[in-house]
Ligand binder design. Structure first.
Ligand code: FAD
Ligand code: MLT
Ligand code: ZN
Length: 529
């Protein structure tokens, strides 16, 4: 089965894809930024010492490419500090020279935010991985920003606690990147967004000043809560160097159910099941995820070892084979027996009411792991299939799946054969591997749908059909164009679909206050002026 350490950026990204694949075309290089000189490299070397500066183009290359193989920069060097003092010295120099910088953690971001657009210097937190402390009394964990989420989860578990967030990229992403993107994931339903869990941050500002807000106090109302500004700032306001985070006590037992439901839209069945889960499972409910049939098929096809959790349902219950939606419902409580009894009763009642067609409760952690691998592996499976147009949207729960159906209709009328015109895949009428596919999955409990349009290659015509239509649709339904992945490069020009001009103006003044020269992650988050 898939491990949760995600593979690096796709290896074969041709020039044509690079030139076009921007989601939007690359904005022009800001000529006010300096060009990197050998003398800069000498300063970096003197700050970081041996192994701290990478300039070999082959070694630099993966830092220039995003996880989806959609965005590619041409940064010439990667800086790998080990300490806050080194980050500070590096930024002091970059600021004095006006060199643009892209902070990078695990490089698993999905909006092109973590890689250069042009020749920005990459500042990687990859060597800043130290666990700085854990307070067993409060559950406050403090770590350097480059610590990998899964490593911190293991450290918290050893101490009877758990990280308040979890996502499919946990084996690769770093806690600093999680905070910088305000990552959501599968535990948000239970523990809320990072704005609540992050207790303190240490941040190096663009000019090299160290802002020490690394308190691990639970309550602290002294003035404006500045750390909140860095949560979700996507590397544009400062480089996060350390994070203090509240880890809840680990639940002794978790149980997982996988359910087939007859429809989302028509009878709001999935929403009905969510309401029933909230009422009947109450505070035990720890995750409520969904995938549609198309997502399941892609996952089964492309994830090694993936199995349908409801095997034989096509023969035993023929209509389940056509079930369009599947739910992953997890509860976490104090006893396995109690959990199992609660889930079984929940399954029985929802099936009795016809809200659920069929379901299975995982019998052990291996089965639960397989179900999670299927849900969380959809992202990886889609990448194996080819190009991905990925939209991370939120709506009122009742309305969240509408965009998937609307996208299918729109594509079906533009591409009646289901294939892109021209180029590879266009004539492979019976080859479903080359067909366009529209899939929807996500965090149902949070109203967060991941609309993904999978194609054999990035294509300007296809992209023009989806964007800005998808953003207009979202705004018209009072949704958000970025539920959890951020804006990055992909959606920086589109912020206006979800935020009013006055809010964008205020954001610009915050950016100017923190980073007057605009050297931190330029071309990202805010639209060009
Ligand atoms: P990067 O990708 O390196 O960077 C992301 C952004 O943060 C960039 O703008 C970068 O400049 C900035 N940044 C990184 N480190 C710092 C720092 N120390 N200081 C300042 N800025 C910094 N996201 C979700 O929200 N929910 C999910 O369920 C989810 N699942 C995913 C599953 C897979 C398989 C993958 C590949 C991605 C998934 N993501 C998900 C995307 C998610 O945003 C990232 O995985 C994660 O939060 C980014 O962490 P990272 O360390 O990889 O950051
Ligand atoms: C997920 O929920 O699986 C992640 O956000 C990744 C994705 O959107 O593909
Ligand atoms: Zn997600």
């Amino acid at each position: 089965m898939l491990t949760r350490r995600v593979a690096g950026p796709a290896q074969q990204v041709g020039l044509a894809i690079w030139a076009r694949a921007a989601g939007t075309l690359a904005p022009p290089r800001n000529t006010e930024f300096a060009l990197l000189q050998d003398s800069d490299l000498a300063v970096f070397d003197s700050i970081l010492g041996s192994g701290g500066v990478i300039t070999d183009p082959h070694e630099v290359d993966p830092y220039n490419r995003d996880w989806m193989g959609k965005y590619r920069g041409r940064g010439r060097c990667v800086l790998r500090p080990r300490s806050t003092a080194q980050v500070s010295a590096l930024l002091r120099h970059c600021s004095a020279r006006r060199l643009a910088v892209v902070p990078q953690g695990g490089n698993t971001g999905l909006v092109g935010g973590s890689v250069p657009v042009h020749d920005e210097v990459v500042l990687s937190t990859g060597l800043m991985t130290t666990l700085l402390g854990f307070d067993p009394g409060s559950g406050a964990l403090t770590a350097q920003a480059g610590a990998v989420l899964a490593t911190l989860e293991a450290a918290a578990r050893e101490r009877g606690h758990a990280m308040p967030l979890d996502l499919g990229a946990s084996g690769s992403c770093a806690i600093g990147g999680n905070v910088a993107t305000n990552a959501g994931g599968i535990r948000l339903l239970r523990h809320g967004p990072l704005h609540g869990s992050v207790l303190g941050l240490e941040v190096v500002l663009a000019g090299g000043q160290v802002l020490d807000l690394l308190s691990s106090l639970r309550k602290d109302n002294t003035g404006y809560d500045l750390k909140q500004l860095f949560i979700g700032s996507e590397g544009t306001l400062g480089v996060i160097t350390a994070v203090a985070i509240q880890c809840p006590a680990a639940s002794p037992a978790t149980s997982l159910a996988y359910l087939a439901v007859p429809s989302f839209k028509a009878a709001q069945q999935a929403h009905g099941v969510l309401q029933a889960a909230r009422q009947n499972l109450g505070e035990l409910l720890s995750a409520f995820e969904f995938l549609d049939r198309e997502s399941l098929e892609v996952a089964k096809q492309f994830l090694p070892g993936a199995r349908d959790p409801l095997p034989g349902s096509d023969t035993v219950i023929p209509y389940t084979a056509q079930a369009p939606f599947f739910l992953v419902v997890e509860i976490a409580g104090s006893s396995e027996q109690h959990n199992a009894a609660m889930l079984e009763a929940f399954l029985e009642s929802t099936m009795g009411e016809g809200r659920v067609l069929d379901g299975v409760v995982a019998q052990d952690s291996r089965q639960a792991g397989e179900i999670w691998a299927l849900r969380e592996g959809i992202t990886e499976a889609l990448r194996h299939r080819g190009a991905i147009y990925k939209y991370d949207l939120s709506f009122r729960v009742e309305e969240m799946y509408g965009v998937v159906g609307a996208a299918r209709e729109r594509l079906a009328s533009a591409y009646p054969s289901g294939f892109l015109g021209g180029g590879a895949g266009s004539t492979a009428g019976s080859d479903t591997e080359h067909a366009l596919k529209v899939v929807g999955y996500g965090h149902l409990g949070d109203g967060n749908v991941h609309l993904n349009i999978s194609a054999p290659r990035y294509d300007a015509g296809l992209e023009a059909l989806i964007e800005p239509w998808v953003y207009e649709f979202t705004a018209a339904h009072s949704g958000s164009i970025s539920a959890e992945h951020g804006l990055g490069r992909m959606k920086a020009p589109c912020i206006g679909y979800s935020k009013p001009p006055e809010a964008v103006r205020l954001m610009r003044s915050i950016k100017a206050a923190f980073d007057p020269q605009g050297i931190l992650n330029p071309y990202k988050v805010l639209p060009p002026e």
